[in-house]
Write a protein that binds this ligand. Structure first.
Ligand code: DGL
Length: 269
């Protein structure tokens, strides 16, 4: 990568965003593969959950976040959110100064190569209604039958860090049972919040039934950056965190995937 007129170069930061703590499941994998990169994370907690929003609303929120990442001179931005990947990525992918990565578009090829006949997808309402996973996986492998199911309460359970309360476990079990009626060979956790529920889900199904796409996503990003000479040559990176509401809650709920030393900064556009 050469230095452009906007001063963006290979040592510029990588932006990530989600509606809340969910995208930390992606940041966690990225930091394992690319520990010397600098990351800027934006959690749009004011507008959480994204899964209940319209395309117009999601375009409005993401445009403001993208402009912030442009100001921060990000070389790449990671949609660590299946909902915006499914609903707005195609509309915005060439609009900004940085390379934009969508989780759904980056992992569908890997998912299409799984040795399965039936693939379940747990995701938000907006992701399931968009049909993005079915469409993308179907383009690579039309022989896999994809069963999408949305889980309306799961994002709140994660944000409230209440996954071990009996009423939360009951809700998760009921959604799980509904999905199992399709007898899926594997189930994709198609919302970045859902890997926070892995231990609860493992009470009902074996751990290897579930696939966290964050892992192939991080690999895809690393390979792309390497191929395009965009990997940082700094020895260490520096992380920044921003949220649009309730920084205290974000810090508390994030511990499973990232231990923040201090509260994220409050930033509302
Ligand atoms: N974690 C996001 C996703 O992957 C958004 C969840 C939400 O806010 O509804 O879809």
């Amino acid at each position: 990568m050469t230095i452009s007129k906007n001063d963006i170069n290979k040592n510029s930061p990588i932006g990530l965003f989600d509606s809340g703590v969910g995208g930390l499941t992606v940041l966690n994998k990225l930091k394992k593969l690319l520990p010397n990169e600098s990351y800027i994370y934006y959690g749009d907690t004011l507008h959480m959950p994204y899964g209940d929003k319209t395309k117009e609303q999601l375009l409005e929120y993401s445009d403001k976040i993208f402009k912030f990442f442009e100001q921060k001179k990000c070389k790449a931005v990671v949609m660590a959110c299946n909902t915006t990947s499914s609903v707005v990525y195609e509309t915005v992918k060439d609009k900004y100064d940085f390379k934009l990565f969508s989780i759904v578009h980056s992992v569908s090829e890997v998912l299409s190569k799984l040795q399965v006949k039936k693939l379940g997808i747990f995701a938000t309402r907006a992701t399931i209604m968009s049909g993005a996973y079915n469409e993308k996986i179907g383009q690579f492998n039309p022989n896999i039958k994809v069963y999408g199911q949305y889980c309306p309460n799961w994002v709140h359970i994660v944000e409230e860090n209440s996954m071990n309360l009996p009423e939360s476990v009951k809700i998760i079990k009921s959604d799980f049972d509904k999905m199992m009626q399709n007898k899926p060979d594997k189930i994709v956790l198609g919302c970045t919040h859902y890997p926070f529920l892995t231990d609860v889900l493992a009470k009902f199904g074996s751990k290897d039934l579930f696939i966290d796409p964050a892992e192939p996503f991080a690999k895809y990003i690393k390979e792309y950056l390497a191929k395009n000479s965009m990997l940082s040559d700094f020895k260490t990176g520096n992380d920044e965190f921003y949220v649009s509401s309730n920084p205290d809650n974000f810090k508390k709920s994030s511990v499973m995937f990232y231990k923040l030393e201090k509260n994220p900064e409050l930033l509302v556009f």
